[in-house]
Design a protein around this ligand. Structure first.
Ligand code: S3P
Length: 443
């Protein structure tokens, strides 16, 4: 059996590098699901080849969709809206992916048979009532009827009705679930959605799906009608800013280092991390900005910084930085002063209860803090150095907790033993290769 931990006992030395990171996970999963509903063969370049995306492709294959992959190209032979062909009694395994588990439901709302949806230990502990409840209002059946977690059975209906849906969490998964459902709904579907990543809106627009979006300060009013069909669509997937963020923070915290991360998706709804780090004193720059498939992309230039300012983090940035808070907390741990992050209960709804686990790791690192289920105050120490042994274990194999721990070890020193390295395969399979490329010493 492969060893299920890594050891790190050396800080990373100064580096100057250009790096690519793996493709964007949100775009990869969305592209695959939507391509399965289009007519004809859609092609993606640089699709993320991670477990979450592999599980997406496996589920689509079980639903009768032909998929082929060679080098960095993926081809999906869509069969049109609701064109899935499958047998009775199938089980779809969403693995670790909340995005897949929640979004796939919306493509099954006309299914004549019960379909079982399962996930791994982490996903089976996460809330699904947030998508089950609005789908029930559309007319979809779930068994058992009162369950809010996986495993669960879904059975569709031919008597679907559109809804007015109020998405108040700032969850792109919930918003997208209803947007995808609208592909099969008669009449007009209306969504009032608290600001969150808008990749699905952009894909719908580029596919000429009837969609109107009115922007209010914190909310979008989205109106959708059922398209006749979807044409095949090709996508060039840029690098994932959530993966890039581990290297952004490692560069900021290391001495005399510089990195250029090539061709990253910098969609304005995803760059909360850059805004927050720049408010804390970083000078992160975008170079060669381009629009590809309606998505803003650029190279990101980052240089080391000696002094970080603490931050009272505006909650308006929470959704745009939701997957990056763990790594932002490491910068707060080295900032001059007390940083405060609030209204973050959603962070405990992720692959693990991230706010609580991050607080435990920060405590092990000797960082002073106050926290509850919803917020955290981090007392920064500009001279933070770790000299002791730290073991990171039992975090539900959460990929981002693992990578946060690696970045902390390489930035602050100490003797770290970090369990479940396999978790990086969920979102960032080339993580170790990239860490080694810039000189990180992992054992
Ligand atoms: C995602 C949305 C976010 C994010 C997740 C990916 C998406 O989740 O945390 O990693 O692709 O829509 P929520 O919508 O639950 O906030």
């Amino acid at each position: 059996m492969p060893r299920n931990f890594i050891r790190i006992d050396k800080k990373i030395k100064s580096f100057k590098k250009k790096l690519n990171v793996d493709g964007d996970k949100s775009l990869s999963i969305r592209w695959a699901l939507i391509a399965s509903q289009a007519i004809g063969t859609s092609k993606a370049k640089n699709l993320l080849q991670s477990e979450d995306v592999n599980n997406t492709l496996r589920c689509l294959k079980k639903l009768g969709i032909k998929i082929s992959q060679y080098q960095n190209i993926c081809l999906i032979e869509g069969r049109g809206i609701n064109g899935f062909v499958f047998k009775k009694n199938i089980t779809l395994d969403a693995g670790n992916s909340g995005t897949l588990g929640r979004l796939i439901l919306s493509l099954l709302i006309k299914s004549p048979y019960k379909i079982k949806i399962v996930g791994d230990k982490s996903l089976s502990q996460r809330d699904f009532s947030r998508v089950i409840e609005p789908l029930k209002k559309i007319g979809v059946n779930f068994y058992p009827n009162d369950k809010s977690k996986l495993p669960i059975y879904i059975k569709g209906t031919n008597y679907l009705r559109p809804i007015n849906y109020f998405e108040k969490r700032g969850s792109a998964q919930c918003k997208t679930c209803i947007m995808l459902a609208s592909l099969n709904l008669p009449g007009v579907t209306k969504i009032t959605a608290k600001n969150s990543r808008d990749h699905t809106e952009k894909m719908f627009q580029s596919l000429k799906i009837p969609i109107k979006i009115k922007k209010k300060s914190n909310y979008d009013l989205i109106t959708l009608s059922k398209p006749k069909n979807l044409k095949k669509f090709d996508f060039d997937i840029p690098g994932d800013i959530s993966s890039a963020s581990f290297f952004i923070v490692l560069t900021l915290l290391s001495k005399n280092s510089k990195i250029i991360l090539k061709n990253i998706n910098i969609n304005p709804t995803r760059i909360g991390v850059i805004k927050i780090l720049n408010m804390m004193g970083a000078k992160i720059k975008f170079q060669n900005i381009k629009i590809i498939n309606g998505e803003r992309c650029s190279d990101i230039e980052v240089k080391s910084i000696n002094n970080f300012k603490s931050i009272n983090c505006p909650t308006s940035l929470n959704s745009a930085a939701i997957d990056e808070f763990l790594i932002i907390f490491l910068v707060a741990a080295k900032a001059n002063g007390i940083s405060y992050f609030k209204d973050l209960s959603e962070l405990n709804q992720k692959e693990s209860p991230r706010l609580l686990i991050a607080a435990k790791i920060l405590k092990l690192m000797g960082v002073k803090l106050c926290y509850n289920n919803n917020s955290i105050k981090i007392y920064g120490n500009p001279n933070l150095e770790i000299k002791k042994k730290i073991i990171v274990k039992d975090f539900l194999k959460d990929h981002r907790i693992f990578m946060m721990s690696v970045i902390s070890a390489l930035s602050f020193g100490g003797e770290w033993k970090i369990y479940d390295p396999i978790s990086v395969k969920t979102s960032f399979p080339s993580f170790f290769k990239k860490i080694r490329e810039i000189g990180g010493n992992l054992k």
